[in-house]
Design a protein around this ligand. Structure first.
Ligand SMILES: [Zn+2]
Length: 349
């Protein structure tokens, strides 16, 4: 994607993601920007109360006991509420066994289960809050983590494409394939398109919008080294974060290989872990990952997994947010909230 160079009156100072969020919010009215997965992110600083009542469900102790024998991999998208995030980490320190990416790899290699209540903390997309907010909090508690980066954003001030599309559509941007439909359908429709159509639609939005989106300062190669040295392993999250299922074979290969080469150059060693953009498994991607020597691949299927990952390139993760209240956090960690969500989906279908 071409770099967004802003000349408008919106605040464009390189800044933390939370500030980008508030900039987008104030510029676009009440609606908060969508997360990568398409739903509005909880308001920063306000506890996310959904599902808190599950904490008191009679089955919660059973789920917690079962979860002790599973691996919980938490998938964050940055940290917008450092206080709440700190409380979550304190909870992990008290109730769980935080493990590193290396420990998960070792469990796979030696076929020896991870300790009971093992939890691996991961971050997808790796915005700057991983460095500015997450790293100090993790470091203070001695908790290792892994960040999956979008390589073509490293060292730039480009926003994530889903934030950019949302902003452009709200500032007069138009695209032929998106002309009708409710604004809330923008991201689902972009994600459902064949990837060349998504890129073309983004281009059309850029050239037709009356404002350019705020710049978003991204991590630099030096930041990646600082994270790694601070106990946050760096993994591959493709070059430009397309939905791999909408890409042709050559693009799937180029997206993974391009990011792999850039990360190897910056880190001085090849990454061993990959997170599928948007969380969905793609068998063609898995083939490329195997060829490149990747050992661990992570989904976003909102599930717990076995303490010896049975499919190392398809490891389940739980979706969490730094604003999630500790009560709800507990029900996610136990697997009860994910099970309830699946049950609700089936009941509605
Ligand atoms: Zn992502």
């Amino acid at each position: 994607m071409p770099q967004s160079q802003s000349t408008t009156s919106i605040s464009m100072a390189p800044t933390r993601p939370a500030a980008v969020v508030s900039t987008l919010t104030s510029a676009t009215g009440r609606r908060r920007p969508p997360t990568e997965r398409g739903r509005p992110s909880p308001e920063p600083g306000r506890p996310d109360a959904r599902g808190e009542w599950l904490r008191f469900a009679p089955v919660q102790p059973l789920f917690r006991a079962r979860a002790a024998q599973r691996l919980a991999v938490l998938a964050y998208h940055g940290v917008t509420d450092h206080r709440s995030f700190g409380a979550q980490l304190d909870r992990l320190r008290r109730l769980a066994t935080p493990v590193s990416l290396t420990a998960v790899l070792q469990a796979v290699t030696e076929q020896r289960p991870l300790p009971p209540r093992s939890v691996l903390v991961t971050f997808d997309d790796a915005d700057r809050s991983v460095l500015t907010h997450a790293l100090p909090a993790l470091d203070a508690r001695g908790i290792p983590a892994t960040a999956f980066v979008i390589s073509e954003l490293i060292g730039t001030e480009r926003p994530f494409w889903w934030h950019e599309a949302d902003f452009l559509a709200r500032h007069g941007g138009r695209a032929r394939s998106l002309d009708c439909g409710h604004p809330s359908q923008l991201l689902p429709r972009l994600k459902a398109m064949p990837d060349p159509d998504r890129r073309r639609s983004l281009h059309e939005l850029r050239v037709s919008a009356d404002r350019r989106p705020p710049r978003q300062e991204q991590l630099t190669p030096a930041d990646l080294l600082a994270l790694r040295d601070g106990g946050v392993a760096i993994g591959n999250h493709t070059q430009g974060h397309p939905c791999l299922g909408r890409c042709d074979d050559a693009t799937v290969r180029a997206e993974i290989t391009g990011a792999h080469e850039a990360l190897t150059r910056w880190l001085g060693e090849p990454p061993i872990a990959f997170a599928y953009p948007d969380g969905g498994h793609d068998p063609r991607a898995e083939t490329v990952l195997q060829e490149l020597g990747y050992r661990l691949g992570f989904l976003s299927d909102h599930r717990l997994g076995p303490r010896i990952p049975s499919h190392p390139l398809q490891i389940s993760r739980l979706q969490v947010d730094s604003t999630t209240s500790t009560r709800r956090f507990d029900t996610i960690l136990s697997g009860l909230e994910p099970a309830y969500r699946r049950w609700r989906r089936q009941a509605v279908a």
